[in-house]
Every structure is written in C-alpha cells, then in structure tokens.
Design a protein around this ligand. Structure first.
Ligand SMILES: *[C@@H]1O[C@H](CO)[C@@H](O)[C@H](O)[C@H]1NC(C)=O
Ligand SMILES: *[C@@H]1O[C@H](CO)[C@@H](O)[C@H](O)[C@H]1NC(C)=O
Ligand SMILES: *[C@@H]1O[C@H](CO)[C@@H](O)[C@H](O)[C@H]1NC(C)=O
Ligand SMILES: *[C@@H]1O[C@H](CO)[C@@H](O)[C@H](O)[C@H]1NC(C)=O
Ligand SMILES: *[C@@H]1O[C@H](CO)[C@@H](O)[C@H](O)[C@H]1NC(C)=O
Ligand SMILES: *[C@@H]1O[C@H](CO)[C@@H](O)[C@H](O)[C@H]1NC(C)=O
Ligand SMILES: *[C@@H]1O[C@H](CO)[C@@H](O)[C@H](O)[C@H]1NC(C)=O
Ligand SMILES: *[C@@H]1O[C@H](CO)[C@@H](O)[C@H](O)[C@H]1NC(C)=O
Length: 457
C-alpha cells in the first residue's frame, strides 16, 4: 500500500523518503547492525601503499547474496590501483598516461570493485576473498560474514600524514540499499599470530560504516504475511496491494472472470504447463521478473499457522513460499518477533538463533535460516518453491490465543520488513468456546485443506 500511494506523487515521495532516511537509519530488531569497511595499510611502497580492505557484515539477519557486493569510492587525489588480489576493479579506466609495463590495474578516479569467483588460482587469493561477493549474515555464520581483498595503490602518500582517505564510498548489492558514511581514521588494527605469541600492527587504518535502508533499496515491500489457525476456518490472506496492486485484468482473472494476463502467471496453471523461465540477469534488484498472480503481488509470502495447542506448549507451522519464477533465494533468513520467543523451545527443520546480543531490547526475536543441503535455498516458484518448519513454544505466563497474541509482531524476510495483515482481519477465536480444546477432529480437515492451498495464496 505504501508503494501504491507513492506512485502517484513521485516528487513528494522522494522528499518523504529522503526525510525518513534520517529517521529510519535504524532497525529496531538489529539496532547495531551495519557493514563496516576497514582499510589496513600494511606496507608502504616508493609511491604509495599496500592495504587489506575488509568488509565486515555485523548485521544479524541481512546477508549479501549472489551476484554479490560492489564497493565503490572516489580517490581524493590522483591515485591509481597498481594491483589487486582477491578482487578486481570492474573497469580499468584511462591508463593512457602510463608507459610502464605492466600498466596499472585501474586508473579510474572512482573505482568499482567486485569480489572474484570461487576457484581462482591460489596466487590471486587472500584470506576471506573469492566467494563471488556473497557475505553471510552474522547470526547465520560469523566466519563467512566478511570479505577481503588486497590493493596496491600508487600516486598516494607514503606516510600516515600524507595519505588522503578516499571519499564518497558506496556499497551496492547490486541494487542500492546501503548508505555509507565518511572514512574515519581509527587506531591501527592489531593482528595476532596464529599461536598468539606475536602481535603486529597496521601502519594506518581507516573505517567506513554503511547502514541498510529498506527505503533506499526499494520503495515497495517484497514480502507479506498470511495467517491461519486450527481453531478457526478463516484464513487471513496477505493484505491486498501489500507489495503492489494487481491490475484490474489480473483481479478479473483471479475471480475466474477473464483469461489470465500476460503480466503474471495464473495460479491454476499446472506445473508441467509452466512456461520456460529465463533466469534473472543479476544487474538489477528492482522488480522481480515473473510472479504468480495474487492480490498482494508479493514475490515472497510467509504463512504462520497456529497448528496445535498442548497443555504446556503450542506449535506453529511456518511456510515461506516463493512466488517469483525468476529467482532462487540462497542463504535466506527469516526473522520473527513474538513475545513468546523468550520461551522458544525448538524449530524442527530450520536453524535458529535468538537475538538479544546487546541487551537493549527484550528477548523476543529469533532469526531462522535453512539447513545446509536440505532447505537453505528457497527455490523459484513452482513445486519446490517453498520451505517450512514447525516451531514449538513453551507457554509463558502471558500466553493466550485471544487478541491476536499468538501472531508475530514483525516478520522480516532477508532483512526486509514484510507486510502483516490488517489487525481486524486476524482469525478470531470461536465466540462460543471460551477455552480452545486441545484437539479437534473436524479441524483436521481444515489443516489438510490448508496444506493444499497455502501453496499459492
Ligand atoms: C556497527 O556495528 C558494530 C557491531 O555491531 C557496532 O559496534 C558499531 O557501533 C556500529 N557502528 C555504527 C556507526 O553504528
Ligand atoms: C573499525 O572496523 C572494525 C571492523 O568492523 C572494527 O573491529 C573496529 O572496532 C573499528 N574501529 C573503530 C575505531 O571503530
Ligand atoms: C603517524 O605515525 C606516527 C608513528 O607511527 C605516530 O606517532 C603519529 O601519531 C601518527 N600520526 C597520525 C596523524 O596518525
Ligand atoms: C562526493 O559526492 C558529492 C555528492 O555526490 C559531491 O558533491 C562531491 O564532490 C564528491 N566528492 C568528491 C571528492 O568527488
Ligand atoms: C479498475 O477498476 C476500478 C473499479 O472496478 C476502476 O475504478 C479503475 O479505474 C480501474 N482501473 C483501471 C486501470 O482500469
Ligand atoms: C534455481 O536453482 C535450480 C537448481 O539449482 C536451477 O535449476 C534453476 O535454474 C535456478 N533458477 C533460477 C531462476 O536461477
Ligand atoms: C534470552 O534467550 C536465551 C536463549 O535464546 C535464554 O538463554 C535467556 O535466558 C533469555 N533471556 C531472558 C532475559 O529471557
Ligand atoms: C517460560 O515457560 C515456563 C514454563 O515452561 C514458565 O514457567 C515461565 O514463566 C515462562 N517464562 C516467561 C517469561 O513467561
């Protein structure tokens, strides 16, 4: 809905967004999440320096997936890059002033650097390089939540007083989304030898902090949430227009009143009749190419089904459905905020980690991600385009099914905020039963029905 309102007032929207950037450069579920880029000069050359540049992802649940990061900056003087190991500049720029052999790797005043792909020869690697620009979220795997390369810079200063810090850093993934602050000189990094018996230190170090802003990444949300329960036949679908509004012809097709449109795939299409889908180019993180037709037009749907009520526990089934035919989500993350996560017991086929690393907010949030080789890739729309798990909670003292308490307060997919249904549409408790029975034979049919239809809707 946000997206559709802005569409008519592009100028106003731009203003609103630029103002809200200042206010929203902060994610309440991960207040200290950011990406830090650190430059460590480890040696001087006759006309410059050699530095290791490391990109650290401190964000708990936002990773950088393929095709990976692109780091850009502007040189403060007339610096050139003589050599890079573990990464490369995307364009060499104009090196015609150089008569040397070899010529520099990059003479552009504003280099853009990308990671190398896995499997490059050993002499072109440094540690933590060469993962095709993919960086895990910190909760998922701290060991791969960083990426590094070595850069040899010429025409630069050769002391900590003459080196000029690069300016105007950008971090793209490859779409926009991060806003980077200025480089600031910090105390030189210290490096401990593997046996921890010797410490060395960088000659000079500077840091850049980049923060993610969903508004900058895309105007419209990319995911929505739907609900159902064992105690009510109501299924609360994703709110209409959550990510975009379906066109009138799509709505007519969904009502069965017209032929399907060309802009999306009729959800009744049989899998063996699906058109051959070309993979997404990877150059744009903007709109997904081809979706199932829905009233919410979201590429990803999260379904929260309250499945079972035990004496001391309750159980939820969570399903993530990919309705985008042109995209596989590798290393996906799902972040859920619910007051009962302080008593969370288990997730059956997802990995998970509670979030409360800084003690600045209550213990009510958990990050989930797939089990390697089992469901860590959310496949493109179709028969394999979903992953699911059951979550078991011990009932805390506040536990209740009434007043929508048992539904999550926030849901993020890959770090983007998903649109929740309108509160008045939440499934209600049956009005004639003050207590919800623990098991309900007739409802078994609803559950079976659900597992058949929750695929698309
Ligand atoms: C960036 O993240 C680190 C680790 O969470 C945190 O210590 C630091 O304060 C953050 N920096 C900014 C500018 O938010
Ligand atoms: C610079 O960034 C690195 C990596 O995030 C961090 O460990 C270090 O504490 C930062 N230094 C300062 C002074 O912020
Ligand atoms: C430069 O390095 C010298 C010696 O390593 C140190 O004493 C000095 O404080 C540094 N200057 C700056 C501006 O960092
Ligand atoms: C950095 O970017 C700003 C705005 O895009 C521009 O005004 C400024 O000149 C740039 N700085 C340098 C050194 O190019
Ligand atoms: C879609 O239908 C509504 C009412 O049915 C109408 O007001 C609107 O103009 C239609 N939009 C387009 C683009 O046809
Ligand atoms: C998704 O992954 C599967 C299996 O690796 C592959 O066959 C398919 O082409 C991929 N789809 C896209 C859109 O990249
Ligand atoms: C927060 O959750 C962790 C487990 O995820 C638990 O060990 C800890 O006791 C909880 N803290 C509070 C204050 O509830
Ligand atoms: C967590 O569950 C236990 C029972 O399993 C209950 O005694 C306790 O009060 C609950 N914690 C909270 C914070 O509700």
């Amino acid at each position: 809905m946000k997206g559709s309102a802005f569409k008519f007032f592009p100028v106003t929207a731009t203003f609103l967004i630029s103002f809200s950037l200042l206010a929203e450069s902060y994610d309440p579920l991960d207040p200290n999440g950011n990406i830090t880029v650190k430059w460590d000069i480890n040696s001087w050359t006759p006309e410059g320096y050699v530095a290791i540049v490391t990109i650290f992802n401190w964000q708990q649940y936002r990773h950088i997936s393929s095709p990976g990061w692109i780091l850009g900056w502007e040189w403060a003087k007339k610096e050139v890059i003589w050599n890079m190991v573990g990464a490369q500049a995307t364009s060499q720029g104009d090196c015609s002033a150089y008569h040397s052999d070899p010529i520099p790797h990059c003479c552009a005043p504003n280099p853009s650097v990308v990671d190398l792909l896995p499997g490059v020869p050993y002499n072109q690697q440094v540690s933590n390089c060469c993962r095709g620009g993919v960086i895990s979220s910190y909760a998922q795997d701290p060991e791969t939540a960083l990426s590094a390369f070595q850069i040899t810079v010429g025409n630069a200063g050769t002391s900590n007083t003459t080196v000029a810090l690069p300016v105007n850093f950008t971090l793209n993934t490859p779409g926009p989304g991060y806003s980077c602050g200025p480089a600031t000189k910090v105390p030189p990094s210290q490096f401990h030898s593997t046996d921890n018996r010797r410490v060395t230190q960088a000659f000079m170090t500077w840091n850049i902090t980049c923060t993610y802003l969903q508004n900058l990444a895309q105007r419209a949300p990319t995911c929505c949430v739907s609900f159902s329960t064992f105690y009510s036949p109501t299924i609360t679908p994703c709110a209409e227009c959550s990510c975009a509004c379906a066109s009138n012809s799509t709505l007519a097709a969904l009502r069965g009143a017209a032929e399907s449109t060309n802009s999306c795939i009729d959800p009744n299409t049989r899998y063996d009749e699906l058109p051959a889908i070309t993979t997404r180019g990877g150059s744009s993180a903007s709109h997904p190419d081809l979706l199932y037709c829905t009233r919410d037009m979201c590429p990803v749907k999260i379904h929260w089904h309250i499945k079972t009520n035990y004496k001391e526990y309750w159980r939820v089934k969570v399903t993530i459905t990919n309705r985008d035919f042109s995209r596989n989500f590798t290393q996906w993350t799902l972040t859920l905020q619910h007051p009962n996560f302080d008593n969370f017991t288990d997730a059956f086929s997802f990995n998970h980690r509670g979030l409360n690393p800084y003690g600045t907010f209550s213990n009510d949030t958990a990050v989930f991600w797939g089990v390697k080789y089992f469901n860590d890739i959310l496949m493109q729309a179709g028969p394999s385009g979903n992953v699911q798990s059951e979550l078991l909670f011990a009932k805390g003292k506040d536990f209740k099914f009434s007043h929508g308490w048992a539904f999550p307060h926030r849901v993020y997919f890959n770090g983007d905020d998903c649109v929740l249904p309108e509160p008045q549409n939440y499934p209600a408790l049956p009005s004639n039963s003050p207590r919800v029975p623990s098991s309900f034979l007739s409802l078994v049919f609803i559950v079976i029905g659900l597992s058949l239809i929750e695929f698309v809707f």
